[in-house]
Design a protein around this ligand. Structure first.
Ligand code: DQA
Length: 150
């Protein structure tokens, strides 16, 4: 597999992973998750660049910026998943394959989490596998890039 570059983007409140509702989101910190993903990425021939922000605009800017260097995006938009037209528009505009990723199974939770504004413009969705979901999303994204020769 040739060298790929992937943006891993995390949205609001995910900086609190490890202490935030661990019964739902697990006890690993975001730094630990990203460290593990970076190692997994290296083994798959892929460089990971990570950004977390609580601000919608910063997430949009990161997607715009990724257009100039990334092959794809693994994106946990947190609560913005269910509300943000602007993030959906950024995903459509960037034309990069984006994998929507959630630690929890959003469909087994409150009804307002069942709707994603982002999913229809994403390559795929991973939810319910805890922090493993990031690696699953990355593998799916890399396989897609390989398959499509992009
Ligand atoms: C989340 C699910 C969202 O509904 C929630 O708002 C989050 C985290 C997840 O990873 O399970 O902040 O994206």
């Amino acid at each position: 597999m040739s060298d790929r570059r992937v943006l891993v983007l995390n949205g609001p409140n995910l900086n609190l992973l490890g202490t935030r509702e661990p019964e739902i989101y697990g006890s690993e910190s975001l730094a630990e998750i990203i460290d593990r993903l970076t190692v997994a990425g290296r083994e798959l021939g892929c460089e990971i660049r990570h950004l977390q922000s609580n601000a919608e605009g910063a997430l949009i800017d990161a997607i715009h910026d990724a257009m100039s260097w990334a092959d794809g995006v693994v994106f946990n938009a947190g609560g913005y998943t269910h509300t943000s037209v602007a993030l959906r528009d950024a995903i459509s505009a960037c034309r990069l394959p984006v994998v929507e990723t959630h630690l929890s199974n959003v469909h087994a939770r409150e009804e307002f989490r069942h709707r994603s504004l982002l999913a229809p413009v994403c390559l795929g969705v991973v939810a319910g596998f805890g922090s493993d979901g990031y690696r699953i999303a990355l593998t799916g994204l890399l396989n897609h890039l390989e398959r499509t020769g992009s």
